[in-house]
Design a protein around this ligand. Structure first.
Ligand code: UD1
Length: 315
């Protein structure tokens, strides 16, 4: 059993990681500033984790949280491409400076390994599908640049300091506990919550943009593997975490309509600035090196996600 630190523990993916690690009997410390995370995401874990109200922009508090830790799963970030377009400084401070603070804390504390939540947005709009980790990154939005900067720092800390770092490029993760209530919420959470409330969602652009939507359990699996496989298979490396399937927003909306028995066609609005047109991953590296295999497919993931949102009193 190992001592884990999860940053962004009260957020969507962080809280799923906390549940999984506690279920496996590990010791879990979690930090969050509760800016976008929700304490209620950890309700079922009351008394089972060492929760600390810490902001990764605070270097000293972040370093203190790293003490006595073996493995860090670094999820803390201000997500959202459009939010970074509107306010690049705030997301830079959390995403880039916060990641740097975390690495410095990990190095000082002698942490063995850091697994980092990187982003598929690093690939940008270049030609060539599916996306392979060997492609040169071409980030478009400030968010993509910030997340890619974190990757470069991760790789540097492996090569220079021998801190084992693993970057997982998440492809549009969705599932229970993803917050639907912000204008910057991921499209799946937003659409499901709107439809359950009887509101008609807006597709931005023509709806033919594609995403490799990935159910959250698959991201959890990738983290648990990246935390434990031998360093020679993963340290200093980058892996796509996805399902390896592309679904357009128009297709996704029609699945949701069918599953929710929703009568109305979508509204359409203007294409979002900084938006990537298409996204589809090659997941063979994660398969070969980590032993990753997506266990929950797109349709099953949608069904589980809808079931969870139905249980929520306020959406
Ligand atoms: C990007 C990353 C993703 C990362 C996420 C973090 C890519 C390909 N993906 O997601 O890996 O986890 O940032 O925030 O870069 N949309 C609508 N209507 C809405 C909301 C969104 O049509 O009400 C559209 C967007 O314009 C976009 C798609 O849905 O084309 C997905 O948007 P979103 O869920 O915000 O994620 P990405 O920006 O693709």
């Amino acid at each position: 059993m190992a001592n884990y630190l999860i940053t962004g523990v009260a957020g969507f993916i962080g809280s799923h990681l906390a549940h999984a690690l506690v279920a496996q009997g590990h010791s879990v410390r979690g930090i969050d500033n509760l800016a976008t995370g929700l304490q209620t995401n950890l309700d079922e874990l009351a008394g089972k984790t060492d929760f600390r109200l810490v902001d990764v922009r605070d270097a000293a508090a972040t370093a203190a949280a790293c003490e006595g830790i073996d493995v860090i799963l670094h999820q803390a970030a201000i997500p959202s491409v459009p939010r970074s377009v509107l306010d690049p400084r705030t997301s830079h401070e959390a995403n880039t400076n916060g990641t740097f603070n975390l690495l410095e804390g990990a190095r000082a504390a002698g942490v063995s390994r850091v697994v980092y939540a990187a982003s598929s947005s690093a690939y940008g709009d270049q030609p060539g599908f599916p996306r392979k980790e060997t492609m040169a990154p071409q980030p478009i939005s400030p968010y993509a640049v910030q997340k890619l900067t974190g990757e470069l720092y991760m790789q540097s800390y492996w090569r220079v300091y021998g801190l084992e770092t693993v970057c997982l490029r998440y492809f549009n993760i969705f599932g229970p506990r993803q917050d639907p209530n912000s204008p910057y919420s991921g499209v799946m959470a937003r659409f499901i919550a709107q439809m359950l409330n009887g509101e008609t969602p807006t597709i931005l652009g023509d709806g033919e943009q594609g995403r490799d939507f990935t159910y959250v359990d698959n991201a959890v699996q990738a983290n648990l593997l990246a935390a434990t496989v031998p360093a020679e298979r993963c340290a200093g490396r980058v892996f796509n975490v996805a399902c390896g399937e592309r679904h357009t927003l128009n297709q996704t909306y029609s699945y949701l309509r069918e599953l929710l028995d929703f009568p109305h066609p979508a509204n359409h609005g203007p294409t979002r600035s900084g938006d990537v047109r298409d996204s589809l991953a090659d997941i063979s590296e994660a398969r070969h090196q980590l032993g990753y295999e997506p266990a929950v497919g797109f349709r099953e993931g949608l069904t589980r996600t809808i079931s969870w949102y139905r249980t929520q009193p306020t959406r």
